[in-house]
Design a protein. Sequence first.
Length: 215
Amino acid sequence: MSTKSSEIQAKGFYEAISRRSSVRDFTDEDGPREVIERIIGAAYKAPTNDHFRDWHFIVVTDKAIMREVLEGVPKALTVQDVDRMTFISDPVQKSAYRYAVPKQYSMLMEAAAVIIPLMKKKVDVLHPADLSHLNCFASVWCSIENLWLAAAAEGYGCNLRIPCGDEEAKARAATGFPEEYMIPCFIGIGRPAEGAVRTKQLVPDIEKQLHWQKF
């Protein structure tokens, strides 16, 4: 491959990274099956701890099934609920939460599709014996990042919610996936609506946070 071709490919990749941010407002456009399959195919290019890539993805586009899947997700969260979250002190973070938290249900329900990644429960991820026991959990999140970047490259946007309470049980009842698998997150995907809000992000100070040789 020529240097010029490599530079063009690299530019496209970095542009996709720059476009990748959470989207919570979508158009009514459906997600073509071949595009979603291509996006999920990118997830399987991610590194994995055991080389098996024993991940499954359930794609839900039927709104009736989607409602069943998301039955456990809170539907009436408000800005006031955010203001009561005492762990939020940074104003940029608080602003993002004030926008995102009330949309936890609608951002998924109004997406073209809800993608449910599944990973096999090999360990108790909430009580690992050591960090290496979380390798399977880290791997599936690498696949999710690949999926997000592929979606951005295709002109789509994504959001995610990590299941709480009985949300996983409700989704399992709706879709029938086996008990030995768990959901790391729900992913909403679709075409971003015109004017879709991209919440402000804290910008890292590379000069302070990038270290060469020693801290």
